[in-house]
Design a protein around this ligand. Structure first.
Ligand SMILES: Cc1cc2nc3c(=O)[nH]c(=O)nc-3n(C[C@H](O)[C@H](O)[C@H](O)COP(=O)(O)OP(=O)(O)OC[C@H]3O[C@@H](n4cnc5c(N)ncnc54)[C@H](O)[C@@H]3O)c2cc1C
Length: 434
């Protein structure tokens, strides 16, 4: 394609989607021809209407009106994990983090089905709903998020999670953890036990420590937070630690795996966590179990020995089964983290690739982005961002792109980053569900 043609395609694209659409597609190589067809030529079924699946559904319809899109989720509404830690600090209510699928249905003519997919028949190209009915697809997209590995740590199962909540899927678990914090006496000990990597949202447990501390500082200032970590280091570590020291001196203690932090076993009756070296009796225990890709891909031959889904990182098509694309937390997507930001960015590339493949074309070379804000306190934000590209068939961070917030900055800078965090949340949820 000549430069002149690219310019022409860009102008057409802007005319069709508007500047906002172009901005929200940042990272997409905007050179793909737009389909003018109104006749339905293909059916794409999407399992999972979270940040990955819902974004993919919307952008497939934006890119090609000839694709019928059916989006299926176990839940009738979406509760966002991003910002769910802020509920613990009393900054937001769960209601603020709840999104409906109405706009996707009304504005983009996406067929939303509230149900659970139980099986994928790869030979017949269909999926089975819980009532036994089947749906045929030309291409299937699966963005099911994560599943928990129960009994890792030992004794931590679904029943235990009602006493020691993980709160790693937003909703009832978040509420339970908040209720336990509210009920705790001043002077109590709250444990947070992050699992070994890889897991959903690498900075999440440490943001959570700050959000819980923000609540305790005002309501129960004699209390302590103990992070019993199965890892040796963590995302934005220097920034988090600086923030904890500035806002909650002496309140948060972090014990890494190398100092015996890894929780091996839990005893819910005695509210005790056992690590390699010690036992810790605590008042509130937030145990985050080890994770794999969601159950539907685990049980339908789409994962490898790692418990995650290997994919062609250009098209997100499974390396194991043809015509099935996997994205978001479940996918082995090179060096991208398991985040909503990554899932949203991958979903657009996946939509673009499917549009091309359905027209018998080759997918274009993608680039991606990830931005992750974390709050240390209501008016104290920090961030990390990066651009990613496909290199030697793997998604890799572009050297020198993005970076973390600087360490030596003013209070105003941190307060601005907290405002940008809210801006990020508003725009990604609008881009996904709006
Ligand atoms: C506490 C916390 C804080 C976080 N904060 C951030 C943040 O600040 N920034 C950020 O970028 N990311 C953050 N994340 C990570 C983010 O939530 C995930 O990375 C993101 O949701 C992944 O999107 P996904 O589409 O892969 O999965 P999800 O968004 O989890 O969507 C999966 C959907 O699939 C559905 N589903 C699964 N199986 C089936 C089935 N068989 N049939 C029908 N439906 C099914 C589920 O109901 C769910 O709605 C946070 C996570 C946590 C836990």
């Amino acid at each position: 394609m000549t430069d002149k043609n690219i310019q022409k395609t860009r102008r057409k694209f802007i005319k069709k989607f508007g500047a906002a659409g172009v901005l929200s597609l940042i990272g997409l190589p905007i050179v793909y021809k737009m389909s003018k067809r109104n006749n339905i030529h293909s059916h794409v079924v999407i399992i999972g209407a979270g940040f990955g699946g819902a974004t993919c559904a919307k952008y497939l319809r934006k890119l090609d009106q000839g694709i019928k899109v059916t989006l299926i989720d176990t839940n009738p509404i979406y509760l966002s994990c991003p910002f769910s830690n802020t509920v613990l600090a009393g900054i937001h209510e769960l209601n603020d983090l709840t999104f409906s699928y109405d706009a996707l249905q009304d504005k983009y003519d996406i067929n939303f089905i509230h149900d659970t997919i139980t099986t994928i028949d790869h030979d017949k190209n269909n999926v089975r709903l819980s009532d036994g009915t089947t749906l045929n697809y030309d291409r299937l997209v699966v963005s099911p998020g994560v599943a928990f590995t129960w009994n890792s740590p030992e004794g931590y199962d679904e029943v235990a999670s009602q006493i020691m909540p993980h709160a790693w899927k937003a909703g009832a678990q978040t509420r339970l953890l908040k209720d336990q914090l509210n009920a705790m006496e001043d002077g109590g000990v709250v444990a947070i036990a992050p699992p070994p990597k890889p897991f959903r949202c690498p900075p999440g447990p440490y943001e959570r420590a700050g959000m819980i501390a923000s609540y305790l500082k005002t309501h129960k200032p004699k209390s302590k937070i103990l992070i019993l970590d199965s890892n040796e280091k963590f995302s934005k570590q220097a920034l988090f630690m600086q923030g904890w020291e500035a806002r909650y001196p002496g309140m948060i203690e972090w014990i890494p795996v190398t100092e015996g932090g890894s929780v091996q076993r839990v005893d819910t009756k005695n509210m005790t966590l056992f690590t390699d070296l010690d036992e810790h009796k605590v008042d509130v225990a937030n145990v985050i179990p080890a994770q794999t890709a969601g159950k539907i891909v685990l049980e339908n031959d789409l994962t490898n020995a790692s418990g995650w889904c290997p994919i062609n990182q250009k098209t997100f098509e499974s390396s194991l089964i043809r015509n099935v694309h996997i994205l978001g937390d479940a996918a082995l997507a090179g060096s991208m983290p398991k985040s909503a930001s990554a899932a949203n960015s991958q979903a657009k590339i996946c939509a673009l690739a499917i549009t091309a493949l359905l027209q018998g074309d080759e997918a274009t070379n993608p680039s991606f982005h990830n931005t992750c804000y974390s709050l240390v306190d209501a008016d104290y934000g920090i961030s990390v961002s990066a651009i990613y590209e496909l290199k030697e068939k793997k998604i890799q961070k572009v050297k020198g792109s993005g970076g973390v917030s600087p360490l030596e900055v003013s209070d105003n800078f941190r307060a601005d980053e907290a405002k940008y965090a809210q801006g990020w949340f508003d725009s990604i949820t609008m881009d996904t569900f709006g």
